[in-house]
Design a protein around this ligand. Structure first.
Ligand SMILES: Cc1cc2nc3c(=O)[nH]c(=O)nc-3n(C[C@H](O)[C@H](O)[C@H](O)COP(=O)(O)OP(=O)(O)OC[C@H]3O[C@@H](n4cnc5c(N)ncnc54)[C@H](O)[C@@H]3O)c2cc1C
Length: 544
């Protein structure tokens, strides 16, 4: 017998859950189908170390883009806690260890550290000016993220000259023009490369779009620590969906979606059973490249087309394969560590200050660009750039009381410029990438990381790593791309036609009653719930 719902949400990632919560609250009979045995997708906490009560954010770890309004609308009991330190970048200048400190509220210590590292006050002045202008753009864009897509012209004038620098030309230009110092330039560039494989001057501007998403969250771009770990964020979203009346089925793998544009049937596998469910609407929380396979309108795994560009308002690889967009490819190495003490730094700075914020390793401008060139040429970067932070300095609740008493800490590392293609062949590439990432970090430490690693119940060092392939295998994110595909500008070009609510909200797929509600929607990337919210609003707009 075929069941009937108003809406079926494919994929129980955090975005699918947000969509389900909004739709169920609006009175629509809503079903979420999730392939894994639990909800959350890339927003989950895990206990990776045998016998140890450490609930680590397995994939995503910091929150910036989740709008306050979604938290309030859905009554999400989630706490996002500010970090005392925004970032710390250890450097060796003339062989002498030092570090660039950026406090969350920059004060004299930030100013002094710029002076020590760069030799004058000029870089700090340039920094403040640049981020003040960026904030002006962020304040304009952030409120639009939960509305139908604005037009570029509506934002451009208000944003001022920074628009041209961040939107029209490769972000590398403005960074080189405004900053002189290799390390300062690199720290600015990192926001353009998190989850995006690109050079500073990439003509596709995918690095500009990535940069923008990293600085606009809630109008401030502040990245905060989810108390209880990332799993706590998705759990309250699942709770909100259930309380609103949505049905959530885990262990339910969708295998096919059929639609005539106004009615749909979804086939899914649950254990040994093949089931069908009929719905007026289907919301896809899976990547666009997965959706095309389920719809049978394109290969699930399209051929790479590195020259195509997602561009404005197109969705992160929306319709990938069907319209020749490039196949998503992740470019990160995630490493989760548990340490029995925080390592001391050669610069002498308190580790509790340095590791509380984003700790940049080998992310100088020149090193990031060299790493890109090496990786684009098919080689593992000689020096692996990346960044880490200590969750437990801001929120120790993810560790059991005994581990807190012992003073243990988690460290979360995210390596850049490591495209999936590098890990395609077996043969120790992952181990070597981890070794190089740790070596780059150790350069700045008195205590090498290996000496600080805790041991699990079986005596193994507490370090787990995840390549893009691991992410794809575990979560079904094509190519292990953390945003389901390259990010899109969060607006429409001035002359871009809009013919439906789905297009207006940036959630269209080409099939009128099948909408994107995940990271692949325009504005859907990262842990934000925005994709889910916007798909739900598009459905409600079509009903009302
Ligand atoms: C290593 C890593 C680090 C990251 N760090 C951050 C960070 O710190 N901050 C941040 O904001 N973002 C971060 N991101 C990005 C962020 O996690 C994602 O953009 C976001 O979680 C995507 O959410 P989603 O709900 O759209 O999709 P997903 O989380 O991908 O959820 C999709 C769900 O669909 C399910 N599914 C797939 N195929 C099927 C099928 N056929 N049938 C049924 N279900 C299916 C999957 O199992 C999954 O649960 C990171 C991502 C990764 C991988």
């Amino acid at each position: 017998m075929t069941e009937r719902y108003d809406t079926v949400v494919v994929g129980g990632g955090h975005n699918g859950l947000v969509a389900a919560a909004y739709l169920a609250r609006a009175g629509l009979r809503t079903l979420v189908l999730e392939r894994l045995g639990h909800t959350g997708g890339a927003a989950v906490s895990e206990r990776p170390f045998t016998g140890l009560d450490a609930r680590i954010s397995g994939y995503s770890y910091l929150v910036s883009l989740l709008p306050r309004r979604i938290i309030d609308d859905l009554g999400l009991r989630v706490e996002l806690r500010s970090r005392a330190t925004a970032s710390y970048t250890p450097v060796l200048r003339d062989g002498r260890p030092a570090g660039l400190l950026v406090e969350r509220e920059p004060g004299p210590a930030t100013e002094e550290s710029f002076r020590v590292v760069t030799g004058s006050d000029k870089e700090y002045a340039a920094w403040r000016e640049f981020y003040a202008e960026t904030a002006r753009l962020a304040e304009r864009v952030a409120p639009t993220l939960l509305r139908p897509l604005p037009r570029a012209r509506d934002l451009k004038t208000a944003a001022g000259p920074i628009w041209a620098d961040l939107v029209d030309r490769p972000v590398g230009e403005v960074i080189e023009r405004r900053f002189r110092d290799d390390t300062v330039r690199g720290v600015v560039l990192t926001d353009a490369l998190i989850g995006t494989f690109a050079d500073a001057y990439d003509p596709s501007l995918r690095q500009n779009r990535c940069f923008l998403y990293h600085v606009i969250g809630n109008g401030t771009g502040e990245w905060r620590v989810p108390v209880g770990g990332m799993g706590a964020v998705a759990d309250v979203m699942a709770h909100a969906a259930r309380v609103a009346g949505a049905d959530i089925r885990v262990g339910a793998t969708v295998t096919k979606i059929e639609s005539d544009g106004s009615a749909a049937e979804v086939e899914y596998r649950s254990g040994d059973d093949e089931r069908r469910v009929a719905a007026r609407w289907v919301l896809s929380g899976v990547a666009p490249a997965v959706l095309t396979g389920l719809l049978g309108i394109g290969p699930a795994d399209p051929d790479p087309d590195p020259d195509a560009d997602a561009g404005a308002g197109a969705g992160a690889g929306a319709g990938a394969g069907a319209d020749g967009r490039r196949r998503p490819e992740g470019a990160q190495l995630k490493i989760n560590l548990l340490v029995d003490r925080l390592p001391r730094l050669r610069s002498g700075v308190d580790p509790a200050v340095a590791f509380a914020g984003t700790f940049h390793v080998a992310e100088d401008w020149s090193r990031l660009r060299r790493a890109y060139d090496e990786a684009a040429g098919g080689a593992l970067p000689t020096v692996v750039p990346g960044e880490l932070y200590c969750h437990t300095l801001t929120d120790s609740s993810i560790l059991g009381p005994e581990l807190v008493r012992r003073g243990w800490h988690t460290l979360t590392y995210f390596g850049l410029q490591l495209p999936a293609r590098l890990f395609a062949d077996a043969g120790g590439v992952e181990e070597e990438a981890v070794r190089r990432a740790i070596a780059a970090l150790d350069e700045h430490l008195v205590d090498p990381i290996a000496d600080c690693l805790a041991r699990d119940a079986e005596g193994r060092p507490c370090l787990e790593s995840k390549t893009p392939q691991d992410v794809e295998h575990a979560l079904g994110m094509p190519g292990g791309h953390i945003f389901h595909g390259d990010l899109s500008w969060p607006w429409l070009n001035d002359d871009q036609p809009v013919e439906s609510s789905a297009e207006a909200w940036g959630v269209a797929t080409g099939v009128p009653n099948v909408l994107l509600c995940g990271s692949g929607a325009v504005r859907g990337g990262a842990v934000s719930g925005i994709g889910g919210h916007n798909a739900a609003m598009a459905v409600l707009a079509m009903i009302r």
